[in-house]
Design a protein around this ligand. Structure first.
Ligand code: SF4
Length: 343
């Protein structure tokens, strides 16, 4: 929902302005999913809103719940009939996170990612991005799930820094106390390493979290895994990391998808550790190791032993490294598995 549209509507229809606050409370505090349920509003206003301004800018076309109920994936049909997916994750009891999409498809083209295979269709608007969070808040409320949505991760479909203005607007909507009231420290934005926007992001949101999908510290391998990285070589990325740390002094999350036989050897772990330590002191990095969630025959995850060895090698160099628990693999809701075609 775009609160500006609501304000305009209330003013144009000459309703008393206090209805704007009532609407904000109904939508962002009580999570009503139909205007008829916003009973603090007069009946005529509820009826007009139902006809003219839908609460969400999309309609969910399908919802899948993983076997362990720790991940839920939704396909959302946008007004132009395109679709995106979004995922709700229960990382610990009472603590939900959501992975939101920022584009329909993605131009970066990582060959191990379902989104990357589709190309880019279009950017999402700030309303379409923030509505994904509203949608999950409504879901938690409607299903009576215990807990709250605490963390927002911009790591679904698309490259957030290629749709920067909408992402920036969304973060401001999330921060707004009268709307979501979610602080920057609970927001993480992931990029493949789009160097031109890294410093900008540090200046705009110095308290938010930055994640960089690195996957290799060889320009040659990286270009195969992240095709657009050819334009932003590792040396430039290293400089951008230094600038980012100078402004924020905040830890950076390094995402590293482990692909069997490609980037998963202990030797490559050592190279990664040295590259990071060359960019900044080890304490500034937290590496998330993500065993590949295969979407193509060309890529598979290494054995658990190999994953452990990779992690231990990083730890030997004092680099904090954790193995990502891939939630929602059974519903194709894990990292790299989101696609724009409805499932
Ligand atoms: S992994 Fe991320 S950046 Fe790469 S194609 Fe998929 S969505 Fe785009």
């Amino acid at each position: 929902m775009d609160i500006k549209k609501i304000e305009k509507f209330i003013k144009s229809r000459k309703y008393p302005l206090y209805h704007i606050n009532q609407i904000q409370r109904a939508v962002y505090k009580n999570y009503v999913d139909e205007w008829s349920k916003a009973t603090s509003l007069p009946l005529q206003l509820r009826e007009e809103l139902s006809l003219k301004i839908p609460i969400l800018s999309f309609s969910p076309s399908k919802i899948l719940i993983s076997g362990k109920s720790d991940a839920v994936k939704a396909a959302l049909k946008l007004r132009d009939d395109l679709s995106v997916e979004t995922v709700l994750l229960k990382l610990k009891p009472g603590h939900f996170s959501t992975c939101v999409s920022v584009q329909v498809g993605c131009a970066v083209g990582c060959p191990f990612c379902a989104t990357g295979k589709t190309g880019l269709k279009r950017n999402l608007t700030a309303e379409e991005i923030s509505d994904q969070i509203l949608f999950w808040k409504q879901h938690i409320n409607r299903e009576g799930l215990e807990g709250d949505l605490k963390n927002i991760i911009f790591m679904g479909m698309g490259e957030p820094f290629f749709n920067y203005e909408a992402v920036k607007k969304t973060i401001k909507i999330l921060n707004n106390r009268d709307l979501f009231n979610i602080g920057q420290r609970h927001i993480s934005v992931s990029t493949f390493g789009y160097v031109p926007k890294i410093t900008q992001f540090a200046k705009d949101f110095p308290q938010a979290n930055l994640a960089i999908s690195l996957h290799s510290v060889s320009d040659e391998i990286r270009q195969k895994l992240v095709p657009l990285s050819g334009k932003f070589k590792l040396e430039k990325l290293s400089t951008a990391i230094k600038n980012y740390l100078q402004i924020t002094n905040r830890k950076i999350f390094i995402e590293y998808v482990l692909l069997s036989g490609i980037n998963d050897s202990a030797k490559k772990a050592k190279k990664l550790a040295l590259w990071l330590r060359n960019a900044a002191p080890a304490k500034y990095f937290a590496v998330n190791l993500i065993p590949c969630n295969s979407v193509s025959k060309s890529f598979s995850a290494p054995s658990p032993e190999k994953v452990k060895l990779f992690q231990n090698t990083l730890l030997d160099y004092n680099i904090n490294a954790t193995i990502r628990k891939s939630l929602g693999r059974d519903i194709k809701g894990a990292c790299g598995q989101l696609a724009y075609k409805p499932f």
